[in-house]
Design a protein around this ligand. Structure first.
Ligand code: SF4
Length: 365
């Protein structure tokens, strides 16, 4: 069963930590984008009926009801087993919640990132814990009962105490699914650039160091587990049955099709990537009628390990694969980063913390 990803890269503000090709763009670009998106979806020949839909961004919670109706009308298979919309706290109204429910959306992923005012002030966000609580209530009343809350470990001004405050709010609101990301310190976000250059803007000088960020992440693993929200993937935690069916497709190498800027598709053999920026996406769609910027054959065996090992259940290597990857498997098992049992291979707790190093080895054994 396959999934559909739809990208809407427009936001009300550009958050300091964000390293996606999303942000604030002129109205005219948004108009062109929606026309291009609909054209791309209309031209798609469906080889299967999708089971899941994911509206990501950007901030798709800002899409008007009319535009969202036009987009979702082009996706066969309603009612979908899971249809998620990413939402920024502060953008949810009773009307929007009702419209989403009517359109078949049944899960809302809230980009909360933090429940602490001092941290939010440094990211460019304005919501409060009460905003999130109120909007979840609105959504529940409209019939939307499945939620995810995103948190980021490593934000400026974050301490163990403030992190526990955010975890406390998560447990109190009980979304069923939680994603915990460690701040990516790279040149693609304003905050990341500032931290790398030892600057002070965006609170960069107050960002926790790598050791503290790792400890915050480990604290989340333990606190969430104590509350019955178990880690099922490196960054994802859920009560039993609340795992993201859509995102599991990425880690289990199931097919999906992506529409919009920077959207990726996988048909079981080939990977396709659309143009990354909204402007480039619109230009290509208007000029060529397609936005595909890159097509590469999938490396199914390597990818099975690269993404499958992200899951707590691990992967089940074939006899041939055990042999092919014998060297890294033995090395990481000796180092206590991988463990084998019951025919499966999985990361240990330490392996999860050093996952980048481990996973890379399966790409070029
Ligand atoms: S974090 Fe989300 S809301 Fe903020 S700029 Fe990035 S995509 Fe937009």
């Amino acid at each position: 069963m396959a999934g559909v990803y739809i990208a809407y890269p427009f936001c009300a503000q550009k958050c300091t930590f964000c390293n996606f090709a999303s942000g604030v763009f002129p109205r005219e670009l948004e108009r062109r984008y929606m026309a291009a998106l609909l054209a791309e979806m209309r031209a798609h020949e469906w080889a299967w009926t999708p089971e899941t839909v994911y509206l990501g961004g950007g901030t798709p919670s800002l899409i008007s009801k009319e535009a969202l109706t036009s987009v979702l009308e082009l996706v066969p298979g309603r009612p979908w087993a899971e249809a998620t919309i990413e939402a920024a706290p502060g953008s949810i109204t009773a009307d929007r919640a009702t419209a989403w429910h009517e359109l078949g959306i049944n899960r809302v992923s809230l980009g909360v990132q933090s429940f602490v005012a001092a941290e939010l002030a440094r990211t460019g966000r304005r919501h409060t814990p009460e905003t999130v609580a109120r909007e979840m209530e609105l959504l529940r009343k409209a019939g939307l009962t499945r939620f995810n809350i995103d948190l980021i470990a490593g934000l400026p001004a974050q301490t163990m105490e403030s992190w526990r405050e955010s975890l406390h709010w998560v447990l109190r609101l009980d979304p069923g699914h939680v994603s915990v990301y460690m701040l990516e310190v790279d040149d693609d976000s304003r905050l990341g650039r500032e931290i790398r250059r030892h600057g002070l803007r965006y609170g960069a000088g107050e960002a926790p160091d790598e050791d503290l960020t790792t400890t915050l992440y480990e604290t989340a693993i333990d606190e969430l587990a104590r509350a019955g929200v178990r880690q099922y993937e490196i960054s994802n935690f859920a009560r039993r049955g609340e795992e993201s069916r859509h995102n599991l497709k990425y880690w289990k190498l199931e097919p999906y099709v992506g529409f919009g800027a920077d959207a990726h598709s996988f048909d079981g053999k080939t990977r396709r990537a659309n143009a990354e920026t909204p402007a480039d996406y619109c230009d290509r769609m208007e000029r060529d009628g397609t936005a595909v910027a890159e097509t590469t054959p999938a490396r199914l065996v390597e990818e099975k390990f690269l993404v499958g090992l992200r899951l707590a259940e691990g992967v089940h290597p074939s006899a041939e694969e055990w042999g092919r990857f014998r060297v890294p498997i033995e090395r990481f098992t000796r180092a206590g980063l991988l463990e084998a049992g019951g025919g499966a291979l999985r990361l240990t707790r330490r392996g999860v913390l050093l996952s980048n190093e481990v996973l890379q080895e399966f790409l070029c054994p």
